[in-house]
Design a protein around this ligand. Structure first.
Ligand SMILES: N[C@H](Cc1ccc(I)cc1)C(=O)NO
Ligand SMILES: [Zn+2]
Ligand SMILES: [Zn+2]
Length: 291
């Protein structure tokens, strides 16, 4: 039973969120030559996110930032945790992937900006983190933001994390994946993917959009395969949702190459702002539920 009853907390947060902040994060992340999971750029990109999220967390005693060391490759996932108060054993997860890929090459110097795929998702999440922490929001459940390593090469980062969470018996009550949020290629604003996700949670997400961003239009589609990190959590039996930037048939043709740049998305992040706001509403509405 998904309640939507925290308007007095959520609405002021959404008002504070700015597309310009999201755009700057996209620019900063796509400035690394690549963020491939085995290169120096991939390691540096991970450290950039860790430092950025650590800055946002400074001054908050119940907020921690850690890097998750993976088996077999050097890029580390980044996890920011806001410890819950009286319902901390129940965990809400929001994620995106930090790695980029250029299918033409995998060297230290291969250019893979990955502005849309998936700097945009990390940037949307980062703006949600910023306003939630700046407002001193204190959830009852624990909220974890994750920047997954090595998604492009088989969901390796999220797969290892999700398997560990399951093995450790962590009660993850819901997962949201943001992979590609800034390329406005379709008529509708937000497309909820129906495969490898949870139908009941998807209805909740649709209701969040209608409640908090009523001018936005919603579409539905499916990938036909495990097309992003939500599939790792779904495989472990957790409820997931993936709000995506376009319908499948109109997805960004420039991903996985040198053309996936902020400039090629109009040098603005207005589309990504919708997803950042959705992430914030998801985190606060789910995070505010008691035992
Ligand atoms: N396969 C996904 C991208 C992707 C996901 C969904 C759709 I529709 C089109 C493209 C990927 O590359 N994730 O990093
Ligand atoms: Zn990709
Ligand atoms: Zn992606």
């Amino acid at each position: 039973s998904y309640s939507i009853d925290n308007q007095t907390i959520v609405n002021p947060l959404l008002t504070q969120m700015q597309a310009s902040n999201i755009g700057q994060t996209i620019v900063d992340l796509s400035a690394f030559v690549n963020r491939y999971y085995t290169t120096t750029g991939g390691v540096n990109g991970s450290n950039w996110i860790k430092d950025k999220w650590t800055q946002l967390a400074s001054g908050r005693s119940n907020v921690t930032v850690e890097q998750f060391t993976h088996t077999g490759f050097p890029q580390k996932s980044v996890i920011l945790t806001i410890q819950g108060s009286d319902n901390a054993s129940e965990v809400v997860v929001l994620g995106g992937h930090q790695d980029s890929i250029n299918t033409a090459g995998t060297t230290e110097t291969t250019r893979a900006p990955g502005a849309d795929d998936d700097a945009s998702g990390i940037a949307s999440l980062t703006e949600a983190i910023r306003v939630m922490l700046a407002s001193n929001y204190q959830p009852r459940r624990t909220i974890k933001f994750m920047a997954y390593a090595a998604e492009e090469v088989g969901l390796k980062g999220s797969g290892e994390i999700a398997r560990k969470f399951k093995a450790d018996g962590v009660n993850v009550v819901g997962v949201m994946q943001l992979d590609m949020t800034n390329y406005k290629g379709s008529a509708k604003d937000i497309y909820l993917y129906t495969d490898y996700t949870n139908a009941g949670q998807n209805t909740f997400v649709a209701n969040l959009i209608s409640t908090y961003q009523p001018s936005l239009t919603i579409g539905y589609d499916s990938c036909g395969y495990g097309c992003s990190d939500h599939a790792s959590w779904h495989a472990q039996g957790y409820a997931t949702s993936m709000p995506f930037e376009t319908a499948m048939s109109e997805s960004n043709p420039r991903i996985h190459g040198t053309g996936d740049t902020y400039a090629n998305m109009g040098s603005q992040a207005n589309h990504a702002l919708k997803f950042g706001r959705l992430a914030t509403s998801f985190a606060v509405e789910l995070g505010s539920d008691g035992p």
